[in-house]
Design a protein around this ligand. Structure first.
Ligand code: AMP
Ligand code: TRP
Length: 339
């Protein structure tokens, strides 16, 4: 078996929230601890598919790096870098864009959600977003991509693009990446509406728990989280039509590394008025050290900048030969040139 190579990324837009942590980051740390070769990028080129203020982009890029590190990604074990510092991402994207069918891009639900009703006015970058994501992954021949449930469709496209290339050039060059959708909380929902994903871009800050929220804010958000009037049931099946209750149980279970069923077995019969304080305690105990470490790191960004620069150098050393080889296979005279 070939060695596992892990790649994943998050956009430097707004704050990291509990969905990012439970759906992705917590799993990234677990993979690092397993000893896999891990690359974790901050996908700043993806961020600009929506307009970004330059100062905000700079701050967010560092903040996401601080978030990765505070959650347990260790720069001496994993490669942490901003996507834009490795030219190969943009270079490979163009090559892959030429073999991506627009029909497939038209079916991407994230584009439809983000472009909204006025898709004609959406930027080309937003439309091509999944091709850049495929490039991020194929550039390193990553075997596994740990993401939340919402990214499944993008991963499927990356696999298809890899196969198209391999088929067209008659060789198994790119590795079709496997999605790694791990843990209890693959889709953390909004605290205000259990049918909507917890998201960075949702208008109400009360809908999410940010990794930089202090204990009082977390407590207030959980106290005000939408629930229903029934007590907690005995089995997961009984949560089926109770999305808000299901979400809070999933969050609680995931924070404690338990299954939802284990938690229900313990808590069946309790009212939300009894359960919510338990959830507050667990969330605060879990997030307070992360918040403190993030704030610490953000006080002196020179350390973060150095980690990102070192990470980018390592990533670039892996990426450059792959771009060259791809271009060579396609018939470019790249090996006659330097870049
Ligand atoms: P984004 O916030 O869109 O940059 O997403 C970064 C990572 O967090 C991706 O792997 C997402 O799948 C994951 N993620 C984002 N929101 C959620 C959520 N509400 N529940 C679970 N995972 C999420
Ligand atoms: N599209 C992902 C998201 O919104 C972010 C992303 C970009 C990504 N490139 C990636 C995730 C490569 C995994 C691998 O969450």
């Amino acid at each position: 078996m070939t060695q596992k190579r892990i790649l994943s990324g998050m956009q430097p837009t707004n704050n990291l929230h509990l969905g990012n942590y439970l759906g992705a980051l917590k799993n990234w740390v677990a993979l690092q601890e397993e000893g896999a070769e891990c690359l974790y990028c901050i996908v700043d080129l993806h961020a600009i598919t929506m307009p970004q203020d330059p100062d905000d982009l700079r701050r967010s890029t560092r903040e996401i790096a601080a978030g990765y590190i505070a959650c347990g990604i260790d720069p001496t074990q994993s490669i942490i870098f901003p996507q834009s510092m490795v030219a190969g991402h943009s270079q490979l994207m163009w090559l892959l864009a030429t073999m991506t069918q627009v029909g497939k891009l038209n079916r991407m639900t994230q584009f439809k959600d983000k472009a909204g009703k006025n898709a004609e006015k959406a930027g080309l970058g937003l439309y091509a977003y999944p091709v850049l994501m495929a490039a991020d992954i194929l550039l390193y021949k990553a075997t596994h991509v740990p993401v939340g449930d919402d990214q499944k469709q993008h991963l499927e496209l990356a696999r298809e693009i890899a196969s198209t290339f391999n088929h067209r050039y008659k060789q198994e060059f790119f590795v079709p990446p496997a999605p790694y959708i791990m843990g209890e909380a693959t889709r953390v929902m909004s605290l205000r509406d259990g049918t909507q994903k917890m998201s960075k871009s949702a208008e109400s800050d009360m809908s999410r728990i940010n990794l930089i929220d202090d204990a009082d804010t977390i407590a207030k958000k959980i106290r005000k989280a939408k629930t229903d009037a029934a007590p907690l049931p005995e089995t997961i099946k009984d949560l089926e039509n109770r999305p808000e209750a299901k979400n809070l149980i999933t969050i609680y279970a995931s924070l404690l590394d338990k299954t939802s069923q284990e938690v229900l077995t313990e808590l069946a019969g309790k009212q939300f008025s009894e359960f919510k304080p338990l959830l507050v305690d667990v969330a605060v105990a879990h997030l307070a050290p992360i918040t403190a470490r993030m704030n610490d790191l953000m006080r002196d960004v020179s350390e973060i900048d150095k980690i990102l620069k070192d990470g980018a150098e390592k990533a670039n050393a892996l990426a450059e030969p792959v771009v060259r080889e791809t271009m060579d296979i396609m018939g470019f005279l790249i090996n006659k040139a330097r870049f």
